[in-house]
Design a protein around this ligand. Structure first.
Ligand code: THU
Length: 160
């Protein structure tokens, strides 16, 4: 038996004003998307914005449903739309912001496991890392240089 340690490096910015200007622009698109989320059940609004290598920005937000599991997260709404609209484009980065209508969300909210799995599919497909930035409504912003950092022991097409 041997012990295996898995390490990831993340970067933490004190607030949005500290991140590069073009990322602020992308995060502002995610904030706009978050404000339009359809989340009447959880009251937890999430917005995502994706920058593609053709300079297009694709947004998404969570879409809930009275049949709860039929709803979809913001990140997957955005990335599936990007894949549908620009199948040949590479995804450069994704900005994510989440905020509860019940109390102010001041800590960074990472993408859920299902969304990480969905995003990594595109990272593997495009052979190019996808930068991820995530935050709450205010406060710290976390950056990961690639989705793989957020999903060790990835399940991808190489195992099929
Ligand atoms: N949600 C997202 O949109 N992204 C995530 O990564 C986590 C959760 C949504 C799903 C649901 O509409 C609400 O947040 C509460 O779970």
């Amino acid at each position: 038996m041997k012990e295996v340690k898995i390490e990831s490096t993340l970067y933490v910015f004190e607030d949005l004003s500290e991140v590069p200007k073009d990322v602020i622009t992308l995060m502002n698109k995610a904030i706009e998307a978050r404000e339009k989320a359809y989340a009447p059940y959880s009251k937890f609004n999430v917005g995502a914005a994706i920058l593609l290598d053709n300079n297009e920005i694709i947004i998404g937000n969570n879409q809930e449903n009275a049949s709860y599991p039929s709803g979809l997260c913001a990140e997957r709404t955005a990335i599936y739309y990007a894949g549908a609209k620009y199948p040949e484009a590479k995804i450069i980065r994704m900005a994510i912001t989440a905020g509860s209508k019940k109390n102010k969300t001041t800590s960074p909210i990472p993408p859920c496991g299902a969304c990480r799995q969905a995003i990594v599919e595109y990272e593997v497909k495009q052979h190019y890392p996808i930068e991820i930035y995530f935050m709450g409504e205010t406060g710290k912003v976390v950056k990961s240089d690639s989705l793989a950092n957020l999903l060790p022991l990835v399940f991808d097409k190489s195992v099929l």
